[in-house]
Design a protein around this ligand. Sequence first.
Ligand code: SF4
Ligand code: SF4
Length: 405
Amino acid sequence: MSLPEPESVSQASEADGSRGPSSSRRNFLQLAAGAAAGTIITQYSTEIGVALEQATDGDLEVVWLQGQACTGCTISVLQGQYPTLEEVLSEFRLEVTFHPTIMPEAGEVAIDAMSDSPDVLIVEGSIPVDIPEAATVGQTPDGESKPLVDWVQELAPESEYVLAVGNCASFGGWPAAENKRNLYDLGANVTGARGLQFEQRTERGVLGPDFTSGAGLPVINLAGCPVHPDYVLLTIATVLNGHVPELDAYNRPKPFYEPLVHDNCPLRGYFDRGEFAETPGDEGCLIKIGCAGPYTRCDDQTRLWNDGTSVCLNVGSPCIGCMEPGFWDRFAPMGEEVERQSLFGSITAEQAGWAGVAAAGVGIGAHAVRKATGYGSFDGDEDAEAAAEASPESSAEPTDGDTED
Ligand code: SF4
Ligand code: SF4
């Protein structure tokens, strides 16, 4: 079927005044970003349904491929509650013509059912290019196992929209880890794992930096380990209604991936008072035991997980930066203070905390303290760094004090 022509958020607003809650052409990503903590999907489940229903008044074909992954992103989406994936498939007539985990067919029947020009191509897991046979689907006409990279390169240009679901498909994820400590003598990224358009923080994915889908968009990266189910369903609802979500330098929808974990953390008061946990289970900010919250962007501190129940920092676990390119090496080893990645020198957590305490005494705001100490929101710095490193000409290696061993 034909899909609505893509239009920007501002175009949609001008055309139909689509900011109101009753409009079925509202930008759902903006709506999601502006909603109260953890309740957006519950509050707006009807409208999400309307959006999907409107976009899918005929059958829309979806192909979901899995590469080097643990299937955690599929499990995460299956756990989504409002609407459930089952409702998405049965009521909103998204026809998933191929999904290795949930389709009943197998073998040649499954391959034959796969659309060769899907409306939405979803890829979960990284794509191995050095050992292509590490991830294969079906066979070639010669009877050889067909590498996933070939499927991706064939199907992506024929698809209206391409979504990379999870950190592995977006940036390479853990299969692309450098293995900095050379555990088990395995070496670094032995399979040549890459994301669809990125390899870690550079645009060296299997589709290349200039790829655009039929709708004229790059791959939309829905990072996370796993992806948040809301991000998948709301993004599908948005693009199928013809809206273009604003993307950041790593092609992540900004409404989901712009907030800084550190700024919305429930333990933030401890940080500002300079009170730090020394071991897991201690009271205090978790930065000294490996929290990557100051370097990680996503809205899950307010959206929460598991049907709006909780998030890592609510249960004593440091943020491990799962939404970021470069996860996992960038924040490894877990449990140890993340090597400083700001543009400020070697200030320690204690110094940052004491600076916060002192600043509070003389009335300096928390933002100024964060800038002064190098902890916290590095708005300018981070964006410039991301833009520079997203450039095809840029170095493959992170700079500015990024991880090294
Ligand atoms: S460093 Fe981590 S635990 Fe501490 S306030 Fe920031 S996000 Fe929360
Ligand atoms: S708190 Fe950090 S590690 Fe946990 S899910 Fe969110 S981004 Fe990922």
